[in-house]
Ligand binder design. Structure first.
Ligand code: AMP
Ligand code: GLY
Length: 420
């Protein structure tokens, strides 16, 4: 079959890498792709947030199946347009994608089904929001309601920070996403992610992971899109997974179906775990980046079969086959990230890497210029490895890092510390 993957980051390189291993895949196109993806697939220029353009591209290229990586095309209705045109597509409708696109929508659903999550309130005026913060006190969490590329959340440890965040959001720091704010109770604990496939009705767990959001070692410094991740997350025991499925995920999915907007695709539940119980932090309607890289390394070629089963509503008869293994990925970022950084520096050493089903350097933000791979983003490469133990996976991932010659880049040297 001919397959199109939308996106061009490390997540999409990992998806393309896994899909390509499956003999069902004849032709693989990734739009826009990057320099690493170009080694295993055709890359195409296409505005993935314009549903009509994506449909036309699929018709012109006889695409049988589309996998949507990022949230923006989902929120824009690309999955709806593809399904209307009779093209199979992995990813939720725009109505179902509201589980990520509106924090207030998710909180309201949680309340409707009694799913454990932080107490919350929504405001569309700054004064009322500030009065609420003064009444509740810090620590407290202030969020722009809409999609803000992962940046619209301020975890305020003091009241002044929370009040300033309200002003910042209403002043337009996050554009339309900040038309209203959600203010939440601060939850203490350890975070973990749980990934499931949902076919509208049935739910199939496909793995757990933990990421490192802070830029600095020891989980310090500003938040980023993620500086590394590993799977499985040891804290996500069988019992905890069962609690999350029973109290959070299945009730939410049943409520989405009851409202006439059934969910289909991968659902990523961000959880806060404290005293052996999980509460929902947020849902994402896509794979995490870089969590996808470790999940794909563990799933391999079956990832495509599972995504097809999800799309064809056959999940009740499916299961994911796990080797008893661990995967870990280290993000190499451009110096300065998550602040200002330079683009265009040359990355050496990639051609000599020994890559196989247990060792891969996925490209996140790279381009090819004059025959060389150059940095083209903040998060640039994901050195990813798999092994029987997490410690060994970590050692292998850092061996990949050390073989890369990129003086303008940096990484954290402690990815996985919490679990080791
Ligand atoms: P979100 O985009 O909603 O996942 O928020 C980004 C990050 O902010 C989460 O991964 C948490 O680390 C943190 N966060 C969000 N909401 C809360 C909360 N209610 N309590 C504590 N931390 C939170
Ligand atoms: N790594 C966090 C995310 O993809 O949202």
């Amino acid at each position: 079959m001919n397959i199109l993957v939308l996106g061009g980051g490390g997540r999409e390189h990992a998806l393309a890498w896994a899909i390509k291993q499956n003999p069902k895949c004849d032709r693989l196109i990734v739009a826009p792709g990057n320099a690493g993806i170009a080694q295993i697939a055709e890359c195409a220029a296409l505005n993935a947030e314009k549903p009509a353009l994506v449909v036309r591209f699929c018709e012109e290229n006889a695409i049988d199946f589309v996998v949507i990586g990022p949230e923006a095309p989902l929120a824009a209705g690309v999955a709806d347009a593809l399904r209307d045109a009779g093209i199979a597509c992995f990813g939720p409708s725009s109505a179902a994608a509201r589980l990520e696109a509106s924090k207030a929508f998710t909180k309201e659903i949680c309340d409707a089904v009694g799913a454990p999550t932080a107490r919350w309130a929504q405001f569309d005026k700054a004064e009322a929001a500030k009065a609420h913060i003064r009444a509740e006190g810090a620590p407290i969490v202030v969020k722009a309601d809409g999609l803000a590329a992962g940046k619209g959340v301020i975890v305020a440890m003091d009241e002044a920070t929370a009040l300033a965040a309200v002003d910042e959001i209403f002043a337009g720091a996050f554009g339309e996403a900040g038309a209203s704010v959600v203010i939440e109770e601060f939850m203490a604990g350890e975070e973990a992610s749980f990934f499931v496939l949902v076919d509208g009705e049935d739910v199939l767990p496909i793995g757990t992971a933990q990421d490192h959001k802070r830029v600095g070692e020891g989980d310090t410094g500003p938040n980023t899109g993620g500086m590394g991740a590993y799977s499985p997350a040891p804290i996500m025991t069988e019992a905890l997974q069962a609690q999350v499925l029973d109290e959070i995920i299945r009730p939410t999915m049943a409520e989405m179906a009851r409202r006439g907007t059934p969910y289909q695709g991968v659902l990523y539940a961000g959880l806060m775990i404290s005293e052996g119980r999980a509460r929902l932090v947020e849902y994402n309607v896509r794979f995490g980046d870089p969590e996808c890289q470790v999940l794909m390394m563990r799933l391999g070629a079956q990832a495509l079969d599972l995504m097809l089963a999800c799309t064809e509503e056959r999940l009740a008869k499916c299961r994911a086959n796990w080797a008893d293994d661990h995967a870990l990925t280290v993000v190499l970022a451009a110096k300065g990230y998550p602040g200002a950084y330079e683009k265009g520096s040359v990355i050496g050493g990639l051609d000599a890497l020994a890559e196989d089903s247990s060792h891969m350097v996925f490209h996140a933000g790279t381009a090819r210029e004059r025959g060389q791979v150059v940095a083209a983003g903040g998060r640039v490469l994901n050195a990813t490895a798999r092994a029987d133990t997490l410690a060994e996976a970590q050692a292998r991932a850092y061996a990949l890092v050390d073989a890369i010659d990129w003086p303008e880049g940096f990484c954290r040297r402690d990815i996985g510390w919490r679990a080791l």
